[in-house]
Design a protein around this ligand. Sequence first.
Ligand SMILES: [Zn+2]
Length: 190
Amino acid sequence: MIDFDATNESIDNLKRFKEFVSVINNNGLNRVINLYGNYYSNILNKFGLNGYCSGITGGTKKRARLYKGSGGGFATKVYVPKFHNEILEENFRAAIQIYDQLTFSCIKCQEINDGLNRDSPNYPQFYANELMSQHSNFIHALYCRSNENAFIDNSSLIEIRNEMEDIYNEFGRNVYVLHLNKWVEVLRYD
Ligand SMILES: [Zn+2]
């Protein structure tokens, strides 16, 4: 399997990856590290995944067999904890206009939020501008990841699954949360 991306993979592939991690771990070879991972890899920590790498908020993925650089700059992405994923800045700016529950768990974002007038009709745009200018989206992603790590460490698989299911329903099963439904399916019988 090359170019594995847990947000786009089929349920079968996601299951296979989880089972692979479990089998290796049960044989005492707890040395599986995913070289390109996200929240799904973080959950697999429960099954023995030892670690994962991710180039958050920037050039996150390289094709394993691509020899030439493709040129062009990196697209700016914003980590959205509610989606357990990062999305392009332009999509984030659009999403925050639609979903007023799209607040962030990150400490710095909460500070930014506290300083803004939430009743203003321009609030979503102000919030997005402040987030993008006041605090780097890389640091933002690290804060969000650290909250996610704590949540996973302190929660059972059922709680982790329920949280994703709630988000999937809360956001009307839109395109930003489709992967959460797949991850729920993969974890349903564990
Ligand atoms: Zn933040």
